[in-house]
Design a protein around this ligand. Structure first.
Ligand code: HEM
Length: 284
């Protein structure tokens, strides 16, 4: 209710503020490092943003300034690391849990990619099953089940409901991702949700793990690319399974900023028939 009050109350959460200051300090250092570089065409986000600050120097209402730059960099790291890493962890857990699905993904990868050295994002068009599996991972794991907290800047009406200015909004993305009217088996892992009867990949409009509208995740394209490349590369290279004597998988989640899987051990066994040939003697 009173987030500002947390700063003044003693307790373990004060550690969060200390970490936050350390991160801000690191970004400040990076900004200084960028400013000290010889002038050249901006190459990365910080140098582009700095160029924009200079350009908007005479604009009294410009929001481009160093404090905002620090915050945007923090937002990108916050939004872009835990979400993607957690989705990948779920992907591996589901692959262990559904061994037959894992094998089918690997068969498709072997057949389509053969001995190609690396997977590229364009390959997704030729890998409908792997793509469907990854979409199903994102749907069922619903990593950002409750989207970012928003506040209504003006009073409005949505489907007959009056929402006054200042209302805090928590979008319930899980309600769409598990909607029984949109998914055949909403609570089960079923890549068929994204496949037609001929095995082609199909889009489902209720697939909204990145939310929708003006405030849709700005990193969704980057995340899709990262997830596809990492997931397919991992599955090409390893078979994932439970270690001997394991008590079994735990599929219940921990509710934090994201829905995290339980910490548990799984084995990555190199695939003997790995299609990636590695460097030949003459190449070394
Ligand atoms: C599997 C990966 C990801 C998922 C599931 C995800 C999901 C989301 C969701 C649901 C939101 C809230 C949208 C809303 O309020 O309606 C969001 C916001 C955001 N995401 Fe992502 N995201 C992912 C990856 C990334 C990546 C890779 C980046 C950047 C490198 C990123 C940066 C952000 C930022 C900066 C926001 C806040 C945007 C704003 O305040 O308008 N996300 N994300």
């Amino acid at each position: 209710m009173f987030p500002w009050a947390l700063r003044h109350l003693p307790g373990p959460h004060q550690q969060i503020f200390r970490y936050q200051e350390a991160v801000r300090g690191f970004i400040r250092y990076e900004i200084i490092r960028h400013k000290l570089k010889k002038p050249e065409a901006p190459k990365d986000f910080i140098s582009c943003y700095l160029a924009r600050i200079t350009k908007a120097m005479d604009d009294p209402v410009s929001t481009f300034n160093e404090e905002n730059l620090i915050q945007v960099v923090i937002d990108l790291f916050l939004g872009g690391t835990d979400t993607t890493a957690t989705t990948l962890r779920w992907a591996l857990i589901y692959m262990v849990h559904h061994g037959a699905i894992q094998e089918r993904v690997q068969q498709e990868l072997d057949t389509v990619l053969g001995t190609a050295q690396a997977v590229c994002y364009e390959d997704r068009e030729r890998l409908p099953y792997a793509r469907a599996v990854l979409h199903e991972v994102q749907r069922l794991s619903s990593v950002v089940a409750v989207g970012a907290v928003r506040q209504c800047v003006t009073s409005t009406c949505v489907r007959g409901y009056y929402i006054p200015k200042g209302t805090v909004i928590l979008p319930n993305l899980a309600s769409v991702l598990y909607d029984p009217e949109c998914w055949e088996t909403p609570r089960q892992f079923n890549p068929g949700h994204f496949l037609d009867k001929d095995g082609n990949f199909v889009v489902n409009e209720a697939f909204l793990p990145f939310s929708a509208g003006h405030r849709v995740c700005p990193g969704d394209q980057l995340a899709r690319m990262e997830l596809f490349l990492m997931f397919t590369t991992l599955l090409r290279t390893f078979r994932f399974q439970l270690p001997e004597g394991s008590p079994g998988l735990r599929l219940d989640y921990i509710f934090g900023g994201t829905l995290q899987p339980q910490s548990q051990e799984i084995c990555a066994v190199p695939r003997l028939c790995s299609p990636s040939p590695g460097p030949k003697e003459g190449d070394l």
